[in-house]
Design a protein around this ligand. Sequence first.
Ligand code: S3P
Length: 173
Amino acid sequence: MDQRIVIVGFMGCGKTTAAKALAALLGCGLVDLDAIVSAQENLSVPELINERGESGFRDAETAALQVVLDRQTPRIIAVGGGAWTLERNRDLINQHGCLTVWLDAPYDLCWQRITTHPRPLALDQTSAHELYQERHRLYALANIRVGVTDKMSADDLAAGIAEAIARRTTPSD
Ligand code: S3P
């Protein structure tokens, strides 16, 4: 089986959109971890965070991640913006031999998208910016970094990711 690809990055960086376009480009399956968490718990992500707090949500997220990784199903896994920031989740992803891709989008672009699709853990511009800065060094632990700009379409992003993966797996030396 081809190595699985986990897409990480801050809220609004375009993980789900990029994952869908990449799945179409590579002709493979895709799973969105937030959708799995939501289906497993029978609550939306905002409802989960509201009812159980962030730590309750994180427990459900790690449990869902474990199930997805153990099942060896879809090749592409898009995870919520906080998943990769927890060491226990990074360990799980690395232990399962996945390739991690960080979509590195500028904060202003993320925030602009967050304002159109609000997230419970990014309620105001200042605290969201602090979270963005805190998480930067953790996203940088991913295997591959792909820079994102507001000019890039979903297909551009998918092509950029596929090229970065190909460069990594077939070094030119
Ligand atoms: C979160 C990101 C969200 C979702 C939850 C927490 C985070 O996913 O998992 O609201 O902590 O960054 P997206 O990154 O897809 O918005």
